[in-house]
Design a protein around this ligand. Sequence first.
Ligand code: NAD
Length: 496
Amino acid sequence: MALAYNDVVEKRNAIDFKTQAFINGNYVDSQTGKTFESISPVDGKLITNVSECDIEDINKAVKAAREVFEKGSWSRMAPSKRKKILFNFADLMKKNILELGILETLNMGKPISNATGDIAACINCTRWYAEAIDKIYDDVAPTSDNLLATITREPLGVVGAVTPWNYPLLMACWKFAPALAAGNSFILKPAEQSPLSALRVAELAIEAGIPEGVFNVVPGFGPTAGKALGMHMDVDKLGFTGSTEVGRYFLSYAGQSNMKRVSLECGGKSPNIIFADAPDLDHAAKMAANGMFGNSGQVCDAPSRLLVQRSIKDEFLEKVVNYSEPWMPDDPFNPQTLMGTIVDKTQTDKILSYIDTGKNEGANVITGGEQVKQDTGGYYISPTVFKDVRNEMTVAKEEIFGPVLCAIDFENEDEALQIANDTDYGLNAMIWSNDLNKVHKLVKRIKSGKVLVNSLSDGDMSLPHGGFKQSGFGRDKSLEALGQYTQSKLTLIEIK
Ligand code: NAD
């Protein structure tokens, strides 16, 4: 949608923030009455104070979610009716797309045009699962003649989700859309850096016709509210998106509590392999920059390790540097801006510290490498490219989660594969080559949940998203995700 700067600013100034937890269909203060500050990375200023939930609030939300689940007003509703309500929900998000986008931009500093794009993706995702649910049939098993055996899918019950700040509503929607479509009750603990869009969307769920208690939002911190949800004895499933480090906690919470099902969408350090025989080196260079600097590099599957064949290294890196230039960060409320801020001061300091580490370990910055626009009070870092990176360096091993591209050169296919797989992660990999044999061989051997060939496109909702190795397990998007919010039941009837 075409946006005008003045309309965005006017709308931003008129927003009445929803700041309380949303439990059982109502906005409520946290039980302790405590709040936390929501600071905007755009200018470093306070946006508002948000209710800080803790164990008592989680208990309250789980109780409400359980009661409505057992009552059946959502869980046993005919799928065709749930579909209609989810369509209403998507329509209401569409009606409020600008406001929801502004909340994302205010909270985590992504450009407004990307933020509204994220909300459009949420609308599409909600419709996709709504559309699916009255078209999926259960199974009758081909067993003995005297038996009738059916395998039916049932919702799990109470689903919790703990999500990150990089795509605040979209990462939540990849969980709530399939979970709700399947008939579950849902409790979301959004990241403390970006709770505002989820809090606003909660009342839209009720307006759409989702019964009270089915959709709850409990803002707060990870080690308190997030842990309470992970440890709760009456939560049946926990969908997590965030760092690998915190993902491990959720495995442990499940083990220490009720063995709830867990799915983990965690970190990445994805290789982007450029061969000299790539179909269009100029396009590949542009995509290398776009993939790395979109969302200020705060993307789980960003192509952060750029593997370039030695024979084209200098020529290719020069192109990448040229394509980095348009990504200089600017005011995220300007619809023309490509790259906005880093999410907060902590993350900014972390990225700058990685840039120092890279230099100290012998890598060379060929563009960027600095904090900029400090006069705004916000957190901006210029698009940064390192060359002469070796895969054993810290900047090549650890997830920086900022606009920092690490270029590593390789001689041949075998070396490229060895470097690509030499990582704890396995979320995404990209290959640019015209040689089909080489491509197929690499695709089979790369340990990654996704391999993109001569493309940066992530495709649509029909495609699963998730990782190998310590990037997690389980999948968001596609029918695979819907399956993760249900469990199968075998019924066996003996026919006399
Ligand atoms: P994070 O792990 O710090 O936080 C994620 C969520 O976990 C937040 O809601 C946070 O409050 C909560 N949390 C933190 N500590 C906790 C604890 N001890 N117990 C329970 N909950 C806790 O991640 P982040 O900084 O918000 O997001 C960035 C990370 O997310 C990156 O590693 C990125 O790769 C990952 N990510 C992965 C995907 C994917 O699909 N694989 C998508 C987006 C982001």
